[in-house]
Design a protein. Sequence first.
Length: 189
Amino acid sequence: MLSKFSIAALDALQAFQAERGIRGDMVELGVFRGKSAAVLANRLSPAETLHLFDIADYFDRPALARTGAKLSFNIASTLSLSKRRFPKRAIRFCHIDASHMFDPTLHEMALADFMLSPDGILCLDDYTNLNYSQILAATFKYLFTRRTDLAIFLVTNEKAYLCRRRQFALSADFRAAFDAGANERPRPR
């Protein structure tokens, strides 16, 4: 459910934030067993918490506990979550992998927009999966009809990454560094 490339991209973005001294808690909306949560948890500092939200308790708690990270487990539908539950502009990374439907995705993006710090990153899972094409529609509806400063800076084979417009140039630095690293790896023949 999470390719090696997606794991590498998630990890590289976390390393990029760490190199620039970007700190803060992280949020994942839609966790299931917690594979992507484990990747995120491995990049948390001891002072940071990864807040995990899912509609049911499918969490692989033993595997997540092995990360040694501070975790907050929450059982809730994303539609039941309100902005009051989150700190405004304080979350450095938000991963959305929840309902995959149009209206919930709009709501999840609004929550992420509220909570993301000025240098935060929003990751939308299954963005390019046409079985979940409502994510694409909801994303563009949100970006072009709401008052937001979010912009897409990277799309991979599975995910879309968004940042604040003011951080778009910095995100371009990440893309260049990531592309350079990808080009240095030997390619299979």
